[in-house]
Design a protein around this ligand. Structure first.
Ligand code: HSE
Length: 395
């Protein structure tokens, strides 16, 4: 019997138990032994009819001190109890797998070092892209490359909301409520709509591929709450959509990292990724461009990635050595100095045209004018902020 424990019996935790139950036979065949969830850690009351009811415990020490438990899935979220428990488990020589992007993004450097020192795994495939395989492909399959850029739709909830706004003209609040009902949204949906979740995910990806910790507070992060019907109309007029994009780009030894809504031309790979789906485009100097696509949130897709990590630990009882070095001053550049084109909205077109080189004039409504700029930095745009109502970067 291969005993595992699951910490957190919410959407993802119940999904992990369900996948292990449903696929018990094929898992046994793959591993040569039966996988059994021995404990489920949660403080809430569980329906006695729940298939895992007999395994529920609120006593973490039971898991920590049980030598039969080899792998623990931390799917409780947050960076307080989850941090304390993960650290203790790794120090005790147990493998930990997680979907907890907050913990990986903020404490990953330390936890990976502890895992390495104790010859156990700390795996986090489910922390980015839900069910999409991305961590292992980036670290292993693309290892031959120098990765130059990662560009991704990394948050399912906001992609669901923006898709509804574009396709159906839905209002923001209704679309968010639907995403919550479907189990996509974070407990505090501000983490989704304010871009915090996507920020954690791009921080993890950037740290992994560039080998140095990229701290979340160094990442320019803008959410989607400011996207209006008129932004949607301007994007439509450009034959484009708006997506929340996380991007990390290596230039001259520095990384430019940002999370912000971006205007994307229809027909390009990320523009057609809708609903809860995520898409991650990776540029490397040998592969060229590769796109990973799939369900970015939800119970079973996320559980699929968590259980894959459990299987990996049970198959390879050794250190996988995902790692990056601690943050270095100056490694993360100010993304406002990175060049790009912008959709710019103004009530004072004459002044803007006098100060900037304009590539395209989009449309005029209610005295507003929308332009597409030439390549420019955000810092340069800010110098004429008095003449601008709003700007959104193109992708
Ligand atoms: N709230 C997250 C999202 C869950 O919507 O993408 C998956 O990380």
């Amino acid at each position: 019997m291969l005993n595992v424990a699951v910490m957190g019996y919410g959407v993802v935790g119940s999904g992990v138990c369900e996948v292990i139950r449903t696929n018990a036979k094929s898992l046994s065949e793959k591993l040569g032994d039966r996988v059994e969830v021995k404990y489920v850690l949660d403080i809430k009351q569980v329906d006695p009819a729940d298939p895992e009811a007999s395994k529920i415990t609120s006593d973490f020490e039971q898991i920590l001190n049980d030598p039969e438990v080899m792998v623990v899935a931390e799917v409780m979220g947050g960076a307080t109890f989850a941090y304390d428990y993960t650290k203790k488990l790794l120090l005790a020589g147990k493998h930990v797998v997680t979907s907890n992007k907050e913990l990986v993004a903020t404490k990953g450097t330390e936890l990976l070092k502890i895992a390495k020192d104790h010859n156990v795994n700390y795996l986090f495939e489910a922390s980015v892209g839900g069910g999409i395989p991305i961590i292992r492909p980036l670290y292993s399959c693309l290892a031959a490359n120098e990765i130059t850029r990662i560009t991704g739709i990394l948050n399912g909830t906001t992609n669901y909301i923006l898709t509804k706004m574009f396709r159906e003209g839905a209002d923001f609040a209704t679309a968010l409520k639907e995403a919550q009902e479907k189990g996509y949204a974070e407990r505090n949906p501000s983490a989704d709509v304010d871009g915090i979740d996507a920020c954690r995910k791009i921080a993890i990806l950037a740290s992994l591929v560039f080998g140095k910790e990229v701290e979340c507070d160094k990442i320019k992060t803008v959410g989607i709450t400011g996207i209006t019907e008129s932004d949607v109309a301007y994007a439509e007029a450009m034959d484009s959509v708006i997506k929340l994009i996380g991007q990390a780009e290596l230039k001259d030894g520095k990384v430019y990292v940002s999370v912000e809504p971006r205007v994307i031309k229809k027909g390009t790979p990320l523009a057609s990724i809708d609903d809860v789906f995520n898409g991650i485009m990776v540029n490397g100097n040998a592969i060229g461009e590769v796109v990973f696509y799939g369900p970015g949130a939800g119970k079973l897709p996320t559980a699929s990635a968590v259980v894959a990590d459990i299987i990996d630990c049970l198959r390879n009882d050794r250190n996988r050595e995902y790692c990056w070095t601690p943050a270095e001053n100056g490694f993360v550049a100010d993304s406002e100095n990175n060049f790009g084109q912008y959709l710019l909205i103004t009530k004072d077109p004459a002044s803007v045209e006098q100060k900037l080189t304009i590539r395209e004039r989009i449309t005029v409504t209610d005295g507003e004018c929308a332009f597409v700029t030439e390549e420019i930095t955000e810092k340069q745009l800010q110098t004429i902020s008095n003449s601008i109502l709003k700007y959104i970067k193109l992708c």
